[in-house]
Design a protein around this ligand. Structure first.
Ligand code: AMP
Length: 272
């Protein structure tokens, strides 16, 4: 795997590269990230990943500063899993950066209490897309709203990029893998698995999908000690609240804090 330790190093070599599939990450890699590299292997392009903790997308300085880092292990994992290139941008990535304003959809779900979060995400991705010029980009659907906003951003800005969404990889307990899980105590990690449990229970009673069902599950998490940011049933394209499972698929999405660790998860209920 070829490692580029700065933007200028990548820039000086990029013309020699073949067509690329791009898997952006913030590092502290786990099987969820590696599943995206595996997805990339199904295409002919060479694979490039990046590790960059993007401070533009953090609302709290403390959250940014304590974001887990494990660069040596990450490099080893990418190498072992067949990634061809790794870009480790230096802070010059922020030089003369065009600040992107995300569409109004960015103010729903994760954007409601994290103003500017998706502006920060798209600002860095826009820079990456222009720099790397990938043919294909791969994002996890665990961050469903991010996946949706990036997909729409690509179309709106006429990038010649295909986007693929990878399914969420989970621990045996059902807890969605996340770099932030490393910040959970053993007890809270156990409690965290109840998020997926609640989502699954909604799936099992989806013929009765209504506001009360969602509120009950939200209260259940609150009783367990979660500080629930949102627990929502919505249309997966517009992200508007919806319980119309007989008309279309419905996204059930959750964000909740355990202590000061913020966790998100979602499932897509298929139309009845
Ligand atoms: P992050 O390093 O958290 O920015 O994530 C990098 C990419 O990995 C994003 O596209 C995430 O959606 C994806 N990802 C994170 N966790 C998972 C998971 N458990 N399963 C699948 N993809 C994931």
């Amino acid at each position: 795997m070829k490692i580029y330790k700065s933007i200028s190093e990548f820039n000086s070599l990029k013309d020699k590269l073949s067509e690329l599939s791009f898997v952006p990450t913030m590092g502290n890699l786990h099987a969820g990230h590696l599943s995206l590299i595996d997805l990339a292997k199904q295409y002919d392009n060479e694979i490039i990943s990046s590790i960059y903790v993007n401070r533009l997308q953090f609302n709290e300085k403390g959250d940014y500063e304590k974001y887990p880092k494990s660069l040596e292990e990450d490099i080893e994992l990418l190498e072992m899993n067949g990634c061809d290139h790794l870009l480790l941008p230096d802070e010059s990535i922020l030089d003369n950066i065009d600040l992107i304003k995300a569409s109004p959809k960015s103010n729903k779900l994760c954007g409601k209490n994290r103003p500017g979060h998706f502006d920060g995400v798209l600002t860095i991705l826009n820079k990456f897309f222009k720099l790397i010029k990938p043919k294909l980009v791969i994002f996890g659907k665990k961050d469903y709203q991010q996946y949706l906003l990036v997909k729409e951003f690509i179309v709106e800005n006429n990038f010649n990029i295909e986007i693929i969404g990878g399914n969420t990889i989970r621990e045996e307990s059902g807890l969605a893998l996340s770099s932030r899980n490393n910040l959970l105590s053993k007890k809270n990690k156990y409690l965290a698995s109840h998020i997926y449990k609640a989502l699954n229970e909604i799936n099992l009673s989806k013929e009765n999908l209504n506001e009360e069902l969602i509120t009950n599950k939200k209260n259940y998490l609150t009783k367990l000690g979660f500080d629930v940011d949102y627990f929502t049933a919505c249309d997966p394209s517009t992200l508007e609240d919806s319980f119309e499972i007989y008309k279309s698929d419905i996204l059930i999405a959750v964000a909740a804090k355990l202590g000061d660790v913020r966790l998100i998860d979602n499932i897509l209920l298929s139309k009845l």
